[in-house]
Design a binder for this molecule. Structure first.
Ligand code: F0G
Length: 482
């Protein structure tokens, strides 16, 4: 994004790229949207793309690719073993992170599977700033637990703390003092903390956390899936990073951790996964699982084309003009909603704009899923697909009790380089309309509730006929508009 001062005083992010390939979208009438959300069991994961106008479900695997990435995909080496495409990826990761070893996997959660199988055993506790859904599922499946050591401010939805993803160092020291070291296989830091609104950690906090772990011989693992947004926030929000390049910040981050893994569906603007490792001992502990679960060591389930696209995508990630686009668009959307008094998570983070469903719909009980209901309502209001990030995304305890999520959010992801300003403004308009009519929105209840990762495939229904009432109000207000 360009640092442009406008003569007319406009305050808008300006893209430093142009669009050279497009995909047609459908904006269905609200009556069809009502049918579609019912067919999908009020679960936005189960909607079909033909019924969606703005797909803000995720930033995973759907970022806009560059001409250079597309060109690189044409020259690739599809050798099963010893592929030159893998060598190029390996060399790029080494250049950026300084790590000597690389294991490929088909996506981020596959890296988590390999890490968990290699290091987690029954009774282990893995400290981290905050969990991610798939990370936690892999750890608990093996009989381990997660300990969240996020600073208390991390879950305050309205804040001006620039680094809400930071680990509380006192909590970390207490955790280490109170836990049998045999049961701490590693500490995990998640850059751009997803489930609290894409909130970053500071370089200082990463350093302090890793320093404490080094003192206690605890291995450190960075989930770098959302590192690109985090790098931008370090550069723009942290004094010690102001005069460093993105490359230099990346290297400083990578120097802190023993192992760095990432979903290249986010970090790298393509599709795949990587585990970058400093120490051969750790590489050897994980290596055999790659051919067993993913594919041979020189592709790990990724297509060679995607590996070429990741290599170029990682290089582009080192360009501040490129990685600023997501955070600046998200900040723009967040501020436009705030101007209209819509409750959103502040400060704006990476990944997407996050609506605070507990404040948006205070009349809905947590057990009737405010963020899930808001996801269905936002889809009805504008054909906009978001993702519930709250209680529905939690897992029941073994005894069936339902943990209530710390934060109850509707995430509206802004995949990088994908949406236009007018589409963002359309979303702001429809969400504002919904906010004005929030009293019409009711809760949801289960029709089919799977035992694990229920948010992916579970089905729900409205607790009353609130959706029909919302459609009628839309028609009254918008007449024959889509
Ligand atoms: N870690 C983080 C922080 C993530 O956000 C994700 C995926 C993963 C790991 C797993 O990576 O999808 O390639 O297997 N997040 C996506 C999302 C699914 O929509 O937030 P993956």
């Amino acid at each position: 994004m360009a640092n442009i001062k406008f003569f007319t005083g406009m305050d808008i992010p300006l893209e430093l790229h142009k669009v050279r390939m497009v995909q047609k979208l459908n904006l269905q009438p609200i009556e069809r949207r009502l049918e579609a959300i019912s067919e999908a069991g009020n679960n936005t994961f189960l909607l079909k793309n033909k019924d969606i106008f703005l797909d803000m479900l995720t930033d995973s695997g759907v970022n806009g690719m560059s001409d250079r990435q597309t060109a690189a995909m044409l020259i690739c080496d599809d050798s099963y073993a010893g592929s030159a495409s893998f060598e190029r990826l390996e060399a790029k990761v080494h250049e950026l992170f300084g790590t000597d070893y690389l294991l490929p996997a088909h996506q981020g959660r596959a890296c988590e599977n390999i890490l968990a199988i290699s290091f987690v055993k029954e009774g282990d506790i893995i400290p981290m700033n905050f969990h991610f859904t798939t990370t936690k599922a892999h750890i608990t499946r093996l009989g381990g637990r997660v300990a969240e050591l996020l600073s208390d401010e991390g879950i305050q939805t309205s804040s001006d703390n620039p680094f809400k993803g930071n680990i509380d160092l006192d909590k970390l020291r207490r955790f280490i003092a109170d836990t049998d070291p045999q049961h701490i296989p590693f500490l995990r830091v998640e850059a751009g903390t997803n489930l609290i609104g894409g909130q970053p950690l500071s370089l200082e906090n990463m350093h302090d956390v890793c320093e404490i772990c080094r003192e206690h011989h605890i291995m450190t693992v960075l989930d770098a899936s959302l590192l690109q947004d985090n790098l931008y926030f370090m550069k723009t929000r942290e004094e010690q990073c102001k005069n460093l390049t993105i490359r230099e910040i990346t290297k400083r981050v990578a120097d802190e951790f023993d192992i760095i893994y990432f979903s290249a569906r986010k970090f790298g603007f393509a599709r795949g996964g990587c585990i970058a490792i400093h120490d051969k001992k750790h590489y050897d502990q994980m290596r055999e699982l790659v051919p067993m679960y993913e594919g041979f060591l020189t592709y790990g389930g990724m297509s060679v084309r995607e590996m070429e696209a990741i290599t170029v995508g990682l290089d582009e990630t080192m360009d501040e003009d490129v990685i600023s686009q997501g955070p600046l668009f998200i900040d723009f959307m967040t501020k436009e909603l705030l101007k209209r008094h819509v409750p959103v998570v502040t400060p704006s983070g990476g990944l997407g704009c996050h609506l605070n469903a507990r404040e948006f719909l205070p009349h809905i009980d947590d057990h009737e899923y405010p963020a899930g209901a808001l996801a269905a309502a936002v889809y009805l209001a504008g054909g906009i697909r978001g993702m519930e990030r709250g209680t529905l995304s939690e897992q029941r305890e073994a005894d069936g009790t339902e943990p209530i999520a710390d934060v109850e959010l509707l995430r509206l992801a802004l995949p990088r380089r994908v949406f236009t300003m007018s589409q963002v403004l359309y979303a702001v308009d429809r969400i504002t309309w919904l906010y004005e009519n929030r009293n019409l929105v009711g809760g949801l209840r289960w029709v089919e509730e799977p035992g694990s990762l229920r948010f992916f495939f579970g089905r729900l229904e409205p607790t009353s006929n609130w959706q029909e009432k919302l459609v009628a109000k839309f028609r009254a207000d918008f007449k024959d508009s889509l």
